[in-house]
Write a protein that binds this ligand. Structure first.
Ligand code: PMT
Length: 219
């Protein structure tokens, strides 16, 4: 490890899925296990950073030493991140945030009735995009989970959310994406340069991300 090259730096990490309630017993979510985000938090701690981890519901233990805030919905994650980002130098958004939530949450369990049931969804706040507008000199790193047109979609998100770097993640590849202990990603920077990484442990990917963040920060 790179000893203490993050000493004095404050890193905010989002991780895991969000859960959007439908009624008291059901929700909409995704397959994020939190492994990738927790690996980024752990790697930053190992390198001497002060780390806050804002996490959706997952079944893994957070790295010792991180300040952990548990949230459930995208709106809760948004509120927590927007109230704390000001204290941080580097923000890494690994969370798989639900883009939509139910327009209204039923107070009672929805009973089975007709052949069809329609749920009305409304847009959630885009945390990364909002941070992109107010980030100032902070370094903002996002992830892009894609099944199609990986590089094009990732580059669009990098630009539209004003990120400094995006981690393009083709979640259809074996050994990559949700749930597994490894990942296969491409790091794309604002200047258009790109680093294609081979299959690596999520810890290994996390350290490579942190290497590139420091090189951006130090110009
Ligand atoms: O948790 P694991 O099982 O280890 O899986 C890892 C992972 C696949 C979840 C991770 O590697 C990954 O790709 N995370 C990003 C998932 C995602 O939702 O990507 P996106 O392309 O939808 O979002 C783009 C970026 O905007 C992300 O940085 C996301 O955190 C952010 N975002 C998205 C929507 C929203 N409403 N607010 C956001 O901040």
């Amino acid at each position: 490890n790179k000893s203490n090259d993050y000493e004095g730096l404050k890193v905010l990490v989002t991780a895991g899925p969000t859960r959007e309630p439908i009624d008291p017993v059901r929700y909409i979510s995704n397959h994020s296990s939190g492994k990738m985000g927790y690996a980024v938090a752990k790697a930053a701690l190992e390198r001497g950073a002060c780390v806050k981890l804002v996490t959706g519901p997952v079944n893994i233990a957070p790295p010792p030493g991180a300040e952990v805030v548990c949230v459930t919905t995208a709106v809760e994650m948004h509120n927590e991140v927007m109230k704390s980002y000001g204290d941080f130098d580097i923000i890494v958004m690994v969370a798989a945030v639900a883009d939509y939530r139910c327009a209204s949450v039923a107070e009672r369990k929805i009973k089975k009735s007709g052949e069809k049931l329609t749920l009305e969804l409304v847009k959630n706040p885009d945390i990364a995009a909002e941070l992109g507008k107010v980030k100032g000199s902070r370094i903002l790193v996002g992830f892009s989970a894609e099944t199609d047109n990986l590089l094009e979609n990732a580059a669009l998100k990098l630009a539209s959310k004003n990120m400094d770097m995006i981690v393009a993640n083709d979640v259809t590849m074996e050994g990559a994406g949700f749930g597994v202990d490894t990942n296969i990603v491409k790091l794309i920077k604002r200047d258009g340069s790109r680093i294609d990484l081979p299959v690596m442990s999520k810890e290994g990917v996390a350290h490579r991300i942190l290497d590139e963040v420091l090189s951006i920060k130090n110009g």
